[in-house]
Structure formats: structure tokens, C-alpha cells
Design a binder for this molecule. Structure first.
Ligand code: DX5
Ligand code: ZN
Length: 229
């Protein structure tokens, strides 16, 4: 069974109490901390830079999963690696050289991944799949937390898992956007194993109960699917 990981996105955390909010989700069972970096160009919102990642690194015990939603990502990879990013994901839509960016990330000792927006076809991965450790599929249009899961993502996840299996790749498939206890089972059954959840975790009263529920539902969906094969 692919390893299930739950990655709370701090985009929905209380930024006035950011350190506490990170410790709280880690104590509640988070596997990764997902950090949404937005620049107001690639997406219509501005959020976090390397300075905040550096501050997060001082309190986080789990790996930092840094999602770059910025123009010219190549210009900032070193800064985010220096700040303590462990995983760095870049959008294929952010420029003409995703292959080069993946190499840049790996050269800095970080785990590289590429991200596709909801309307970007999987063909964008044809000559990248061998190079990356993970692929993240956006299941909302990037820019904001709390949006509704886009249903067509399910067949995209399933098609990517099929391709990865056919190529003999143990690919991590991460999904970002609209994940909650109500949607996660179908996303896991389709083939994802890493789940970003912002508003579902930080908007809940009990972080541990929510993260546990997300994990159990994902694991049950994956196990059920394997039994059926
Ligand atoms: C959207 C971000 C997501 C976002 C997810 O651009 O990449 O990580 O925080 O938020 P929810 O889980 O609320 O859809
Ligand atoms: Zn994200």
C-alpha cells in the first residue's frame, strides 16, 4: 500500500499564532507541513516568502512541503532551500524549463516535485515523470484555501496512477485543494497517497480528530481498492 501522508496547509492557520498552530497539527498527527508560497503574479494572492519558511523551520519537526505558486521559481529555489524547505514543488505552467527546475531542486538536496493546475493535461509530465519524486495535482485553481474540490481531478489522478504503475514507478501522488473527510476517500481510491488539507484541518475544532479521520478514510479506501484487485 502506498504510504498515506496528511499535509496540513498553514494557509488556513492563525498567522498571529503560527508557531503554536504548527506544533498543534504536528502533535495531532500531521506528517508534513504544507506551505503555500504565492506572489500575486502566478496566482492572484500574496502569501509567504523565505523569511516565514525560516521561522517555521525553527519550530517544525516534520518535513516542510513548500509549494511554489510564483513566477520565475528558479530564481527563488536557493532561498527556499536555505530557509529549510525539504520538499519543493514547482508548477509546469510557471515557465518553459520545469526539467531544469527539478534538477536545481535536487541539487540543493530537496525532494523535487512538479504540480499541474486543474486544466493542465497529464501530457505535461511525459518527459518529467522519471525525474521527479512526486507529482502534485491541483484539485482547485491555486490561489486560495477553502475552495470546492474539482471533480474532474479524480479521473486525472486515476490516469496518473495507471501511467506510473505501467512505468513501474512508485510515484507519490499528492493532491491539493478541497480535501476533507467528506472527499478524501474517493481521492485516495483514485490513486493519491499524499493529501493537503488546509481549511478542513485548521477550520476544525479538533485537529487530532480531523487528521485521524482523514488518514483512516484514505487508508481504508486504498486497502479496499487493493482487496478488490
Ligand atoms: C491553494 C493552495 C492549497 C490550499 C488548500 O492554492 O495550494 O494548499 O491551502 O486549501 P483547502 O484545503 O482549504 O482547499
Ligand atoms: Zn498548496
Amino acid at each position: 500500500m502506498p504510504t498515506v501522508a496528511i499535509a496540513p496547509s498553514i494557509l488556513s492557520a492563525d498567522f498571529g499564532r503560527l508557531a503554536e498552530e504548527i506544533i498543534a497539527v504536528e502533535e495531532a498527527g500531521a506528517d508534513l507541513i504544507h506551505i503555500d508560497v504565492m506572489d500575486g503574479h502566478f496566482v492572484p494572492n500574496i502569501t509567504i516568502g523565505p523569511l516565514i519558511v525560516e521561522a517555521v523551520k525553527k519550530v517544525a519537526k516534520t518535513p516542510l512541503d513548500v509549494h511554489l505558486m510564483i513566477a520565475n521559481p528558479g530564481q527563488y529555489i536557493d532561498a527556499f532551500a536555505d530557509a529549510g524547505a525539504n520538499w519543493i514543488t514547482v508548477h509546469t505552467e510557471a515557465g518553459p524549463h520545469p526539467h531544469r527546475l527539478v534538477g536545481q531542486i535536487r541539487a540543493r538536496g530537496c525532494r523535487p516535485g512538479v504540480v499541474l493546475n486543474p486544466a493542465t493535461p497529464l501530457a505535461a509530465l511525459d518527459y518529467l515523470l522519471d525525474e521527479v519524486d512526486l507529482v502534485m495535482l491541483m484539485s482547485v485553481n491555486p490561489g486560495f484555501g477553502g475552495q470546492k474540490f474539482i471533480e474532474s481531478s479524480l479521473r486525472k489522478i486515476a490516469a496518473l496512477r495507471r501511467t506510473a504503475s505501467e512505468c513501474g514507478l512508485q510515484l507519490d501522488i499528492e493532491v491539493d485543494g478541497g480535501i476533507s473527510p467528506a472527499t478524501i476517500a474517493r481521492i485516495a481510491a483514485a490513486g493519491a497517497n499524499i493529501f493537503v488539507a488546509g481549511s478542513a484541518v485548521y477550520g476544525s475544532d479538533d485537529y487530532r480528530a480531523t487528521i485521524t479521520s482523514l488518514r483512516l478514510r484514505a487508508e481504508a479506501a486504498i486497502a479496499g481498492k487493493e482487496e478488490a484487485i
